[in-house]
Design a protein around this ligand. Sequence first.
Ligand code: HEC
Ligand code: HEC
Ligand code: HEC
Ligand code: HEC
Ligand code: HEC
Ligand code: HEC
Length: 335
Amino acid sequence: MSGHGDRQLKLSLAGAILALVAVLWIGVPTGKGQEPMAVTTRRDPAKWGGNHIGESVPEYVQGDECLFCHRNEIGPSWAKDSHALTVRYREAAPEIEPFLKDRAGEVTHLLGSRHLVRLLRKDGYGRFSISGKTLVRGEDQKSWIWRGADKAGWDERLFASSCVGCHSTGVDPADFTFSGFGLDCYTCHGNVDLAHTKDKSLVLLSKKRRGDAQVITSLCAQCHLRGGESRSTGRPFPNSFIAGDNLFQDFKVDFARADDAQLNAGDRHIWRNVREVAVNGDETITCLSCHQVHGDSVQRHRRLLRAPICTECHAAEGSFREVRRYTVQSELCGY
Ligand code: HEC
Ligand code: HEC
Ligand code: HEC
Ligand code: HEC
Ligand code: HEC
Ligand code: HEC
C-alpha cells in the first residue's frame, strides 16, 4: 500500500483547490443569518453535447473483461458495491435465504440491498417479473420482514415499464429488454475504448477526464433524479443514455423539486446539486466533490467550505458535527 499516502495527499490538495475556487466563486458568508451569495448564470440544460436517443445498445466491453485488468484496485470494492449488487442472483445473497424460506420457490434474482428487497423471476432474455411480495429490513437491521399477501402474484410488465433503465444495463429501446442485470461499468464509464490502456484520456472518469461538471452531473443524474420522465418514451428513465451524453435532451425534469420540503434530504441534495450545475451554471461542486463511488465513501465532502447545499444535512451555522437525520423514500421504487 505504498501509493496510499500519495493518493491522500493528492486528494487533500484537490480538496484545497476546490475549496479555494469555492470561496472565489460562491463568496463567503458575510454575516449572521445571511445566505452566502451564489453567483449564477441561468442556462438551458439541454444546450450542450449530444445524445443517443432511440439508438440500439453498442457492443460495450463488459465488467468481467474490465475487471480482468482492473481486479486489484477496483475488484475488492466492486464485489460489495450497491450498484453492482442492485440486482443479483438469489444464490449470491445467502444471508437473505433463511428469510425467503419456502415461500419464494420461483424467485431467481433479488433487487435492492439496504432497506428493501424485491423478488424477481427471470422470464427469458432480458426480462424479469416482480413479485407482489417484498422483504423489508427489520428494526434490528439484521432480519428481513415479509410484506405483501402470501398469494400476491407476479407482475410481468412492471420491471420493463418502470425499473429496467436504472436497475440494469444496456436497455434495448425497441422492447425494453436489458443486456445485463445490475449496473455494469458501462453505465458510468460509457462505451470504453480499449485503446485507453495506452491513453487514459480515452476513458470517461479517468484521472484525465473527470473535470467536466455537466458530463458528470448528467451521468449520475440518469438514475438519481427519481421523478423525471423520458420525453420520447414517457418512461421514468432515460432512453438509450450513454455516459458522456446530455441527459436533459431527452429527460424531462421539474427542477422545482430541489425546493420540495416534502422530499427527503437523500434525494433533495441530489436535485439541488444537479440544478446548480445544469441550470444555474455553478460548477464548483459536483457529486464527485463529495462522493467516491469505488469504495463508497463521503470522506471528501468534509474538506469543502460551507455552501448552501450543506444545509440539507447540517445547520446553516455552527458545527458540522451535527447531522440532520432523514429517511430515504421513493414512490417510484416502492419503499
Ligand atoms: C430513475 C431511476 C430509477 C427507476 C426508474 C427505478 N429506480 Fe429503484 N432506485 C433508484 C436509485 C437511484 C436508488 C437508490 C437511491 C438511494 O439509495 O438514495 C433506487 C433504490 C431502489 C430500491 C432500494 C434498494 C435498497 O437497497 O434499499 C429498490 C427496492 C428499488 N429501487 C426498486 C425499484 C423498482 C421495483 C422500480 C420499478 C418499479 C424502480 N426501483 C425504478 C433508481 C431508480
Ligand atoms: C456508479 C458509477 C460507476 C460505475 C458503475 C463504475 N465506476 Fe469506475 N469510477 C466511477 C467514478 C465516479 C470514478 C472517478 C474516481 C473518483 O471520483 O473517485 C471512477 C474511477 C474508476 C477508475 C480509476 C480509478 C482511479 O484511481 O482514479 C477505474 C480503473 C474504474 N473506475 C474502473 C471501473 C470498473 C472496472 C467498473 C466496473 C466493474 C467501474 N469502474 C464501474 C464511477 C463508476
Ligand atoms: C487489457 C486490459 C484492460 C481492460 C480490458 C480494461 N482496462 Fe482500463 N486500463 C488498463 C490500463 C493498463 C490502464 C492504464 C493504467 C495506468 O496507467 O495506471 C487503464 C486505465 C483505466 C482508467 C483510468 C485510470 C486512471 O488512473 O485514470 C479507467 C477509468 C479504466 N481503465 C476503466 C476501464 C473500464 C471501465 C474497462 C471496461 C469497460 C476497462 N478499463 C478495461 C487496462 C485495461
Ligand atoms: C444506471 C443507474 C445509476 C447510475 C448511472 C449511478 N447510480 Fe448510484 N445508485 C443507483 C442505484 C439503483 C443505487 C441503489 C442500489 C441498491 O441499493 O439496490 C445507487 C446507489 C448509490 C449510492 C448509495 C450507495 C450506498 O450503498 O449507500 C450513492 C452514494 C450513489 N449511488 C452515487 C452515485 C454517483 C455519484 C453516481 C455518478 C458517478 C451514480 N451513483 C451513478 C443507480 C445509479
Ligand atoms: C456537498 C456534498 C454532496 C454532494 C454535492 C452530493 N452528495 Fe450525495 N451525499 C452526501 C453525503 C455526505 C451523503 C450522506 C452519506 C451518509 O449518510 O453516510 C450523501 C448521500 C447520498 C446518497 C445516499 C442516500 C441514501 O441515504 O440512500 C446518494 C444516492 C447520493 N448522495 C447521491 C448523490 C449524487 C448522484 C450527487 C450528484 C448529483 C450527490 N449525491 C451530490 C454528500 C453530497
Ligand atoms: C446528504 C447529507 C449531507 C450533506 C449535503 C452534507 N453533509 Fe456533511 N456530513 C453528513 C454526514 C452523514 C456526516 C457524518 C458522517 C460522515 O462524514 O461520513 C457529515 C459530516 C461532516 C463533517 C465532519 C463533522 C465532524 O466533525 O464529525 C464535516 C466537516 C462536514 N460534514 C461538512 C459538510 C460540508 C462543508 C457540506 C457542504 C459543502 C456538507 N457537509 C454537506 C451529511 C451531509
